[in-house]
Design a protein around this ligand. Sequence first.
Ligand code: GDG
Length: 513
Amino acid sequence: MEQSDAQTVARRSSSSGFALFQRPNESLATSQRSGDATHRQGGLAEPRQIANVARRLVVISNRLGNIRDLSQAGGLAVGVADALAERGGLWLGASDEHQDSVASDQPLIRLERLGRIETAALILPREEYSLYYNGYANSTLWPLFHYRLDLVNHRAEFLDAYRQINARFAKALAGLLSGNDDLIWIHDYHLIPLGAELRRLGIRNRIGFFLHIPFPPPDLFAATPDHEELIGDLLQYDVVGFQTETDVANFRRSVQATNSTTFDTNGAAEANGRTVLSKCFPIGIDVDSFSRMANDAAEDVQIDSMRRQILGLKQIIGVDRLDYSKGLPGRMQAFARLLERHPEQERAATYLQIASPTREEVSAYADIRSQLEATAGAVNGKYADLAWTPIRYIHRAVARSRLAGLLRASQVGLVTPLRDGMNLVAKEYIAAQDPADPGVLVLSRFAGAAEELAESLIVNPYAVDEVADAIAKALVMPLDERIARHGALVKRIKRNDAAEWRRAFLAALAGEG
Ligand code: GDG
């Protein structure tokens, strides 16, 4: 994307120069706008005709994607940016910049425009943001929604900051809306109360919420003292979207248990004088563009792959944020069990784990890191020799194009989370394969993706020997079986791709779905 396309929306301040900060009511509508849609190669999608394009789309997520360079971006950022590019619209998220001093009550926003997309970065008080993000979002809700009550840290100041930050988002957004017709699409667990805060400010627009992570069963959900408020918040939306049918069912049961509201066979319920639709919208990827990226692998990835071919070494790969929900220590143990139970795989298979750093301020994440380093060290210490390193463990983010090449060069994809909303790596692994000689996906039954990807080898990640045996089966699977399984999986990920995900959600949000 050309840098020069970008335009910082700034209004001349009363003194000299440009004020980068803009109060929302000095609105974008009065700022100079650039005309045409922006096209990109490997970046934003070209605008396409879709239903209900007349209504402006307003997206809110905790973090803004970098719309000037989506080459590193994953599913959510690309999916959202493409939806905005198709119809034009606004994306509001928290800025990386923070206010240090006492919080201002007026929203501070940095506005930018690139083609038809406008971004609004909300500058939030540092301490309050940390209590909201590291605190309630990632120390309370994330473990709770991933069924990890043992890791939930519940503190009153986390919840206060969470509600306060959501109220700040609402105030900022209210000033940026261009009317009742804007379609508002809110993303993920950081912003559950945002719809209710907007309603409190008198916003009557259609508002949709999509949860990217699982929704827990009622007995677990009820363990948070705030569960009734959270259900009340979710019932303020017009559409509440989930990744899987399991999540939808869990949500509906919690609603019923909390306030006796029932859903009809279409998933609709009456609440607060409005119809709330709850439905499953499985997120997908842009299959063709990921396949292309995998096919154009970097030279050193190809050389590494050729070297392994010569040595007769097969590669097993895992790619995850270093998060305790992803089941990484168990996965390494399963690889160690593979070597014990299937000794013919010694020096015949190597396991590459890319575990990108994430949320390092939260203590549970430091624990998982040391646990993983210890396991990798123990397995390598026991088995490695001069010619063979059983586990290669990379604790760094890897460029997306390189990642695609590495997935293609691996004969087994290991995706074994203990619980996951969807898991896009599973879909990326399938998209990356050579259809004439594809690898095999070993997939946890507790990843949302397992609802769609039945032709992978489905495993229970808690059953270490079962995972080890599935890896062994994948390593020796005959070509015709690999091709048949891969062909079926590709069909599925193409049917439920990123474009279909946003089309279906936006149709429901516009009241057409
Ligand atoms: C949440 C939900 C749901 C990973 N390491 C690197 C890297 N990645 C990319 C992957 C993939 C993305 O990040 C991760 O997506 P996942 O879906 O696997 O998981 P979460 O981050 O937990 O996402 C999840 C998702 O939201 C979408 O709704 O599927 O269930 O938890 O695209 O490839 N990308 C680069 N370097 C890395 O080192 N460039």
